[in-house]
Design a protein around this ligand. Structure first.
Ligand SMILES: NC(=O)c1ccc[n+]([C@@H]2O[C@H](COP(=O)([O-])OP(=O)(O)OC[C@H]3O[C@@H](n4cnc5c(N)ncnc54)[C@H](OP(=O)(O)O)[C@@H]3O)[C@@H](O)[C@H]2O)c1
Length: 264
């Protein structure tokens, strides 16, 4: 994807893979990129159930496993004929209110596989072809502002996302000379299906309703904009970062959290 092959601020003809592209931030990103003219493949474990056609072609893959990533990479390259943009978005957390010492090796391995190694493995599988085609390209890894605000009850997730940020910087240094840019997006509290089900579970325990729990969460997090963000607001940032308009941005982290993270 170079300035010569894509119109300014557009992604016409760009071949895109979005992991976790069936719900939440990933689905909003896939929609936004398809609207910008990209050819999009979305990957997740389960096919979308909506009768509406999705924004891209669906590939079933469990990206927490090395085999799932290898299959996804092979199928995406076959379907698209190459990849210009990769959005490694799928992620999730093991939550243990009992605290840090209650996480097992399996918990740690699961959160590292899903939130760090999935992106590492997918980059490793797709980058040789991206480099060989000589058109440049863009990669966005979706991290979390939690990487800089560790919470004991989800520490493996937090640690994996922090490692993802460090990994992304090193990768950006290595592939920059091929015109491939790598950036990390750090969302804060974003209204998605997964957040809604977490709010519903907490509401059940507290004997209240999910909206009240969400309001309390926003207040407890002291979010300067005083609300949760939307998946569309994160998608907008990702769409900018993978577009030619962001041509001199690489090795950077971009927070979209309503102003929560401190400056340093
Ligand atoms: N929402 C927030 O408040 C928030 C805040 C900070 C960071 N983030 C990060 O933003 C990203 C997206 O979050 P979200 O809230 O939009 O998530 P979500 O609504 O839970 O959607 C997750 C997506 O990832 C897919 N997925 C999950 N596990 C997978 C696996 N093993 N293999 C393949 N696909 C998998 C899901 O589909 P299947 O279940 O069918 O596989 C779904 O498409 C994550 O990396 C998350 O850590 C979110």
């Amino acid at each position: 994807m170079s300035d010569e092959t894509t119109p300014a601020n557009g992604l016409s003809g760009a071949r895109v893979v979005v992991t976790g592209g069936t719900r939440g931030i990933g689905a909003a990103t896939a929609r936004r990129l398809a609207e910008a003219g990209a050819e999009v493949v979305v990957a997740a474990r389960t096919a979308p159930t909506s009768p509406e056609p999705g924004p891209g072609r669906f590939l079933a893959a469990d990206i927490a496993s090395p085999g799932g990533v290898a299959t996804l990479a092979r199928q995406a390259l076959d379907l698209l004929g190459g990849v210009d943009v990769l959005v490694s978005n799928a992620g999730g957390q093991t939550h243990r209110p009992e605290g840090v010492l209650s996480f097992t090796d399996e918990d740690w391995q699961h959160d590292l596989d899903l939130n760090l190694l999935s992106a590492v493995r997918l980059d490793r599988a797709l980058l040789p072809a991206m480099i060989a085609q000589g058109r440049g390209g863009a990669i966005v890894h979706v991290g979390s502002n939690a990487a800089r605000l560790p919470r004991p009850a989800s520490l493996p997730y937090t640690a994996a996302k922090a490692a993802l940020t460090a990994y992304s910087k090193g990768l950006a240094k290595e592939v920059g000379r091929h015109g491939i840019r790598v950036n990390v997006v750090l969302p804060g509290l974003i209204r998605t299906e997964s957040l809604d089900s977490r709010m519903a579970a907490l509401a059940g325990q507290a004997g209240t309703d999910p909206e009240t729990v969400l309001d309390r969460t926003v207040a407890a997090m002291d979010i300067p904009l005083d609300r949760a963000g939307t998946a569309g607001e994160v998608a907008e940032l990702i769409a900018f970062l993978v577009s030619p308009a962001a041509g001199y941005l690489t090795g950077s982290q971009f927070t979209v959290d309503g102003g929560v993270l401190p400056t340093l």
